[in-house]
Design a protein around this ligand. Sequence first.
Ligand code: UDP
Length: 398
Amino acid sequence: MRAMLEQYREVAPRGTVEFLRQLGQRVEGKRMLHVNSTRQGGGVAEILQRLVPLLEELGVKTRWEVMTGSDLFYRTTKSFHNALQGTKQRITAEMYEAYLECNRENAKRLDLEADVAMIHDPQPAALIEARPEGSTWIWRCHIDVSTPQRSVWHFLRPYLVRYDAAIVSLPKFAQRLPIPQFLVYPSIDPLSDKNRDLTPEEVDQILARLGVPRDKPILLQVSRFDRFKDPVGVVEAYRLVKKSHDCRLVLAGGTATDDPEGAEVLAEVQEAAGADSNVHLLLLPPTANLEINALQQAATIVFQKSTREGFGLTVAEALWKGKPVIGGETGGITVQIIPGATGYTVNSPEGAAFYAKRLLNEPDRMAAMGRQGKEYARHRFLITRHLQDYLGLMIHLG
Ligand code: UDP
């Protein structure tokens, strides 16, 4: 059972595994519960799949419960999600009732006994009504609730204030709540298929399979085809770079079939790209972790030119692969890119192109930045740091 944590010895900062074991001793035998609304899909589930067994290995008796609900419940929580992130939604009395009813049903069905319960995002937030005597409940908020639609916030707030603490992913995501709020950055798993080291041969093979030749520098952006990720701006930046540097552009994103807006954005990108054989639009299935990994490892410079962003895990992924990142000056990108040290933050295609050209002209600077970015990610954005934060919080909150 010890084996899993030991594997992180080679990738985490020195002393991390020992420190985690020491923290583990302080909470050994405590019962921790995580509740979210999906076992698979999305960043929250991805990180829990890994965190839960690691917490277990450290001696914390950890359970992960997943709430289930009707279609109306999921439609409601999707609207909550959008409303809390600032997009106005119409939410009916029937929808609010479905939310509460579903939380009540799940409270009966799920085993909520634990010393510390971490309740992820708004979907299960009202479970607090069924909180067992004597346990510590933490609301773990992964989304940006800094400018919520008032009505939805007012509906949820009475539940949230009953928690012992809240955790947000960025300082600016905090809301005014009369409970302690803590900052815990998300993280990536350096041993997963998306982030582990690949051999040069593996990278070559995968790129060949994807039809991306390795004859010139590769500029890459990995992201959903979403306007806020500004893929068209990336194509514009590439065109400006291309005037002086022969290079390829790879835009890798999900298949957009179930998302009408995604299909629209993809069409815009296709139009912007035209018939340029140096631009590669790759539509990857959700399981394409090795492909994304190989692309990030093969890239010369990684873009994440978002105009609005949550945390932006793709930035941490690229830093971890030793790549300088040019990213939009927004959201979590600004805590991951230290301008001039791990990459550059920009506000326009021209800005992105300017820094890309500068880096292409100075391979030494690019290599140094990549090394710095990797060390920065090692200390700040790996799952081992996430574990330290959670264990520290468990100790602090008793
Ligand atoms: N990703 C993926 N396939 C895609 C596009 C993105 O697997 O086609 C991954 C990407 O590697 C990252 C996550 O999805 O791990 C996106 O997280 P991020 O925080 O960057 O953006 P979000 O999509 O959550 O806004």
